[in-house]
Ligand binder design. Structure first.
Ligand SMILES: Nc1ncnc2c1ncn2[C@@H]1O[C@@H]2COP(=O)(O)O[C@H]2[C@H]1O
Length: 175
């Protein structure tokens, strides 16, 4: 698997602040960080940093592994270079050419994607109301965070007049 992958990787350098992927775009490549770091960002003006990924981490795989049905092949977040970032790029077609021969690796990648989306462990919860982040906190569990969001939103709904959006980020263990 590794050799097959290495032969197809292209190297590209992103400048500080460059967007590598934009939320909502159709995913066509995935990335391995050779050196430097990227940040998964969102919220107003992309001011919320969900997670910083460093050398050795993989990203951009979620939209490649989801089916196009219901827009599942779209990027789930913005990712931008944090300083100079040297990335290896693997095209979707090349990934699938390789994964056909490595079904176990396909399962591992899919599992990581599910972990990022559904993690019950290290999650951070951001409450975004309009263009203002009204509250930001860490929660020990996904359920705990959701419960607190329910309490907070029902208390503030009368004041704010609408329900704030909840953004959840979970730190992947890529090292
Ligand atoms: N909460 C998160 N933690 C870590 N990585 C993420 C998170 N959300 C999105 N990503 C990565 O950011 C990428 C954006 O493009 P994809 O949806 O293709 O794949 C996504 C993941 O690899």
């Amino acid at each position: 698997m590794l050799v097959d992958m290495l032969l197809r990787l292209k190297s590209i350098v992103y400048l500080p602040g460059d967007f590598v992927v934009k939320k909502g775009d159709i995913g066509k490549e995935m990335y391995v960080i050779k050196s430097g770091a990227v940040q998964v960002v969102g919220g107003p003006d992309n001011s919320i940093v969900f997670v910083t990924l460093k050398a050795g981490c993989v990203f951009g795989e979620i939209s490649l592994l989801q089916s196009a049905k219901d827009g599942g092949n779209r990027r789930t977040a913005n990712v931008k270079a944090h300083g100079f970032a040297n990335l290896f790029v693997l095209e979707k077609k090349d990934l699938f050419d390789i994964l056909v021969h490595y079904p176990e690796s396909q399962k591992v990648l899919a599992r990581k994607g599910r972990y990022v989306i559904q993690s019950y462990s290290v999650c951070t919860f951001h409450w975004v109301y309009g263009s203002v982040i009204t509250r930001h906190s860490s929660a020990p569990t996904f359920r705990g965070g959701l419960a607190r969001w329910g309490e907070w939103s029902s208390r503030n709904r009368k004041v704010a007049g609408s329900i704030p959006a909840l953004t959840i980020s979970c730190s992947p263990k890529c090292h």
